[in-house]
Design a protein around this ligand. Structure first.
Ligand code: NI
Length: 261
């Protein structure tokens, strides 16, 4: 079975002791690509180093995470945009960017402004958007909508955890976008399986970990890693009444199409 982990932060310190093993386990489990969303300024260097060490497998993104805004985000955003503009490094997406009013409700307007600026990068540099959204559905739609027709490369709503109505609204409103699905879909009391079965075709799904967070059952609560994606794929195969191989193939093709890898 093959898969792509479309959202993994294995360049963080949680993996310093065994990163090479984590990559090796990912390959053996069937990973054909690992996509690395940036977080803040400090994460850029380790992310790039990992991509240099495994250029056939690891691909970087560039963006500022909504919970990691410095007191004045503008200078950092300028530096990040310069990296996209220079084009000396190939980034597969603008990410991860978005809105998080669950962890940081105090800087709502700033988060929206920073998100809006980074959406324009996706337009200008012709890249897909990798979007983090928590407790922010309405503002997410309102911020993204004015840009919709210029976002030619589409994107992904990473770690989607909303209702069936929200899933339908996102997929209907933003045709080139996917939902990113990870370990949460394996949790016992998750409503996600029902939401997916009701509103989301397999052709609009991507697999991901969000490692080191959100490990699937039976590793729930432990450190997550790309080699656990097959547990997500297996759960999706149950939900969609198809085979593990079919889910792996379709979601891999979805990721290849979106990220042009
Ligand atoms: Ni993330």
């Amino acid at each position: 079975m093959m898969f792509i982990d479309t959202h993994t932060h294995i360049y963080t310190e949680e993996f310093d002791a065994d990163r090479a093993d984590v990559v090796e386990r990912a390959r053996r489990a069937g990973a054909v690509a690992l996509l690395l969303p940036n977080i803040d300024e400090a994460s850029i260097e380790p992310m790039m180093a990992l991509c240099d060490a495994h250029p056939d497998l690891c691909h970087p993104m560039m963006g500022l995470h909504p919970t990691e805004l410095p007191p004045d985000p503008s200078p950092l955003l300028d530096r990040m945009e310069a990296m996209l503009a220079e084009g000396t490094r190939k980034f597969v997406a603008v990410g991860e960017v978005g809105l998080d009013f669950y962890w940081d409700a105090g800087r709502r307007d700033e988060q929206i402004a920073v998100f809006d600026r980074q959406i324009t990068w996706a337009e200008r540099y012709g890249l897909p958007l990798v979007i983090h959204s928590r407790s922010a559905h309405r503002d997410l739609v309102d911020t993204l909508l004015p840009h919709r027709d210029r976002l030619a490369r589409g994107g992904v709503f990473h770690c989607f955890g909303g209702t069936a109505e929200e899933a339908k609204e996102l997929l209907d409103t933003f045709p080139g976008f996917y939902l990113g699905i990870g370990g949460v879909v394996t949790f016992k009391r998750s409503s996600l399986p029902e939401v997916l079965a009701t509103e989301v075709p397999l052709e609009r799904l991507l697999t991901e970990t969000d490692a080191p967070y959100l490990a699937p059952v039976p590793y729930r609560g432990k450190r997550n890693e790309p080699a656990y994606v097959p547990m997500v794929v297996a759960r999706l195969a149950e939900i969609y009444h198809t085979t593990i191989e079919a889910v792996g193939e379709i979601t891999t093709q979805n990721a290849r199409r979106l990220f042009a890898i």
